[in-house]
Ligand binder design. Structure first.
Ligand SMILES: Nc1ncnc2c1ncn2[C@@H]1O[C@H](COP(=O)(O)OP(=O)(O)OP(=O)(O)O)[C@@H](O)[C@H]1O
Length: 204
């Protein structure tokens, strides 16, 4: 379980949020809502340990994530709103390298299967710089299919996706939750995850 208590964060001299408390259990999904600049990305990055909070505690399974360090990072998958893929490398290379960086060996066949599920069939070996924005986003999201992280932290996962890909992400999230995973995410577009209660947290 992820537990957040009394979390406060500032960027520059501006306090974005304070006194934030919530918990996320296996099978639960939570959407972080708020206007542009309200601090959604900052909250997600704080949960991932990229930003140190001003105050408060983030714990995973009852232990402070600062103590768990790598043990926490190994159970978490963060996808930022930038795709974090290398333009010169193919979709296949990007996916296999990012799996390797997470400590997983991903076979070419498994990588191709993940990319095909994400609709990248026939373009797996092209440099990603020649793919469309939506295709590049799909390559980035294919990482969700090839990791066993319990906690998915997704910043604007639907950006640039067409209707079919949005539905696919909804299905991937549903499968992840059904398997005991947890998801915290932001989006400015509607996301439907069939049969799952969507919790929300609003920043102002
Ligand atoms: N490194 C930084 N230094 C100073 N201010 C920052 C920094 N990073 C973010 N901010 C500011 O913090 C505020 C919150 O930014 P953040 O990206 O968390 O918002 P957001 O809710 O995700 O916005 P959006 O919906 O536009 O993506 C913004 O005013 C932003 O300018």
């Amino acid at each position: 379980m992820l537990e957040v208590s009394n979390l406060a964060c500032s960027r520059g001299d501006h306090r974005l949020f304070s006194g934030l408390c919530f918990a996320l259990s296996p099978g639960q999904i939570m959407q972080v809502q708020g206007a542009n600049g309200s601090g959604k990305t900052s909250l997600l990055r704080t949960l991932c340990g990229f930003i140190s909070p001003d105050e408060g505690c983030i714990s995973w399974g009852g232990t402070d994530v600062r103590e768990l360090a790598e043990d926490y990072f190994a159970q978490m998958m963060y996808l930022g709103h930038l795709n974090a893929i290398k333009d010169e490398l193919s979709a296949l290379e990007n996916l296999r390298i990012s799996a390797g960086l997470s400590g997983m060996e991903l076979s070419e066949a498994d990588a191709i299967a993940a990319l095909r599920r994400m609709g990248i069939k026939g373009r797996e070996r092209l440099p990603t710089k020649v793919l469309s924005q939506g295709q590049r986003r799909r390559v980035s999201l294919a990482r969700l299919l090839v990791n066993d992280a319990r906690l998915w932290v997704l910043d604007e996962p639907l950006a640039a996706l067409d209707v079919g890909a949005v539905a696919l992400i909804g299905e991937l999230i549903r499968e992840h939750l059904a398997g005991g995973g947890m998801v915290i995410f932001t989006t400015h577009q509607p996301l439907v995850v069939a049969g799952m209660e969507m919790r929300s947290l609003s920043l102002s």
